[in-house]
Design a binder for this molecule. Structure first.
Ligand SMILES: [Cu+2]
Length: 154
């Protein structure tokens, strides 16, 4: 007699604990963890774009009379498609990738090569936000390029 009356209360107690735990776990995953990490949460399709953008610093780029240096010079980038950008130095002189005005991506941090990109080496950056960036080469300021980063157009 006494057992039949106590078992529903016992069951409710268990359910309350289970709900309490899952609410706590959900809160931990959705609010606590993201706030702990300094980086904002960025959609997976932006972090893993389907393609990539390659900009070549072609031979002879250091020469002011040479028209082409960053090739291609103007690049249109779509987030989730080709927002991972690599500059490859194919020249035999060191160059930099330096924004005309300080530019920061809230996920990837400050844009621009730290120091020079040596011949045969590369510099890469993952853009996660729409932006328009004009950049140049520090030792050779006539070397100029532009990036236009936009959201995917459907
Ligand atoms: Cu240069």
């Amino acid at each position: 007699m006494s057992q039949t009356t106590s078992s529903p209360a016992y069951g409710i107690g268990i359910i309350t604990i289970v709900i309490g735990l899952s609410v706590g776990l959900g809160y931990y995953q959705m609010y606590y963890l993201p706030e702990q990490s300094a980086k904002p949460s960025v959609a997976e399709f932006i972090l893993e774009p389907t393609s990539e953008t390659i900009i070549k610093i072609i031979p002879g780029s250091a020469l002011e009379e040479q028209q082409d240096n960053f090739v291609p010079k103007l690049v249109n980038i779509q987030l989730g498609i080709d927002n991972h950008v690599t500059w490859i130095n194919d020249d035999d002189v060191a160059h930099t990738v330096t924004p005309d005005h300080r530019s920061e991506d809230s996920y990837s941090g400050e844009f621009g090569s730290t120091g020079v990109v040596m011949p045969g080496e590369s510099y890469e950056f993952l853009f996660t936000e729409d932006n328009a960036i004009a950049y140049h080469c520090e030792p050779h300021p006539w070397m100029k390029g532009t990036l236009e980063i936009t959201k995917q157009r459907f």
